[in-house]
Ligand binder design. Structure first.
Ligand code: PLP
Length: 426
């Protein structure tokens, strides 16, 4: 307990920390105080390649022995290889990367790059989003985690992201819904001064706030608005990137290409803390003759670069993107079976191995977190560990999970929900 007392634990009252320890981890499993559990949130929806992958560990070890660090004014083959490999899994309009140490820091630098490139200041982002905890990324964030950054910085404007489940019945079709939200956004842009806006940031699928998949035509509409008003479109793929949704990046589910992509998490599965900003050829070219006013002591850290190169090899070798797409379909079917069985489930949202179960407010208790915490504890007792928020349970296992393991884990979920709702254990 000595350590527990000297270490801060994020996003909680420190007295609420339960003191649980991960004593071991391997593949899709974690051991919580010795108890083996499916890791159904890949920790923080980041350990996409699973725990303790020996190839990635070896690559990091070898790089560490060879050369762990160099000053950012120099280059080194592993840096170039990592940059090329990241660009290699993206459409070829993207030409340069800027490495960072986290997702928040990727968004911080994307804000700066967008402002430097456009010469404009205002930044739009959506309510219900999460973009990070640092001041800039916190100002982008639309959910309540932004409040720690209040009063907000001038020039950060929030718009509403369409949420199909919560606006049920209000729109006859996806198209009608998209048009409604796009028209509102267009008005907001004009009111904010259409020549003042550098970028619109969004998560192509809102992640941490519950896998909110936009209606058809919405992201295409955002792309058109950005083209019309010469605003950069920035997709935050920190959580949705790296196969999580069944494509390398979630934006690829639609006919759009953002100008800037930020990502982190699955890039190295957090074997090393690392992130990246990827920019299109126009932005890349601009900085040929303009000073890039960004930097960090740990820029393009060689261990992060080695982890990135090795991780991308693992994604390809194990066909993890295809596995996520394929097993995501199974996950969707199985979760929808549960929805038809338990009337407390309001909505299932699933894309690849990225799913959310949203419980009805009146059953789980008015969007408070108490009951979801209770459900999470019951699940953990049965060997199914995951994360939840408000009345939403996340399901996002490592992409290396196989069909049998997925079904076995979902059986645990089903039996816990059955005990809870059919047999009335609560
Ligand atoms: N953006 C999104 C979409 C995220 O989900 C997160 C973290 O969960 C971040 C940014 C921040 O990343 P980090 O926690 O690595 O700073």
């Amino acid at each position: 307990m000595e350590n527990a007392n000297s270490l801060f634990h994020p996003w909680m009252k420190q007295n609420d920390f339960q003191g649980k320890k991960i004593t071991d981890a391997d593949g899709i499993y974690i051991w919580i105080d010795g108890k083996k559990c499916f890791d159904m949130a890949s920790q923080s929806i980041n350990v996409n390649i699973g725990h303790r992958n020996s190839e990635v560990i070896r690559a990091i070890q070898e790089q560490c022995e060879k050369l762990p660090y160099i000053y950012s004014g120099f280059s080194n083959p592993i840096m170039d290889e990592a940059a090329r490999d990241v660009l290699g899994v993206l459409p070829n309009i993207y030409k340069k990367v800027y490495f960072t140490n986290s997702g928040s820091e990727a968004n911080e630098n994307a804000i700066k790059l967008a402002r430097m490139y456009t010469g404009k200041q205002k930044i739009f982002s959506s309510y219900n989003s999460y973009h990070g905890s640092t001041i800039g990324a916190g100002n982008l964030t639309g959910d309540q985690r932004r409040l720690a950054c209040e009063p907000g910085q001038v020039g950060f404007i929030k718009f509403n992201f369409p949420d199909k489940y919560h606006s049920k019945g209000q729109f006859r079709s996806d198209k009608e819904m998209s048009n409604f939200y796009l028209d509102l956004l267009r008005e907001q842009i004009i009111d904010e001064g259409q020549n003042n806006i550098a970028a619109i940031f969004l998560e192509p699928i809102i992640g941490g706030n519950g896998v909110i998949i936009p209606p058809d035509n919405y992201l295409e509409g955002i792309r058109e608005i950005c083209n019309e008003f010469k605003i950069l479109m920035v997709c935050d793929e920190v959580m949705t990137g790296w196969g999580r949704t069944g494509k390398w990046f979630a934006f690829e589910h639609w006919d759009i290409k953002p100008d800037i992509i930020t990502t982190s998490k699955g890039m190295t599965s957090s074997y090393v803390a690392f992130g990246v900003v990827v920019v299109n050829e126009h932005i890349a070219k601009y900085f040929d003759n303009h000073v890039l006013m960004c930097g960090s002591t740990n820029y393009a850290h060689l261990l992060g670069c080695a982890a990135t190169v090795a991780s991308i090899k693992v994604y390809k070798k194990l066909n993890l993107i295809e596995n996520s797409e394929l097993l995501g379909k199974l996950l969707n079917v199985e979760l929808n079976k549960m929805k038809s069985k338990y009337h407390s489930i309001g909505d299932i949202r699933c894309k690849g191995l990225f799913a959310a179960i949203e419980f009805k407010d009146n059953v789980m208790g008015k969007r408070d977190s108490v009951n979801i915490a209770y459900l999470i504890n019951l699940l953990e007792e049965k060997g199914f560990w995951t994360l939840g928020r408000r009345n939403i349970l996340m399901i996002a296992p490592p992409l290396i999970i196989n069909r049998e393991q997925l079904l076995e884990s979902l059986n645990i979920l089903d039996s816990v929900l059955e005990d809870l709702y059919m047999k009335g254990s609560k």
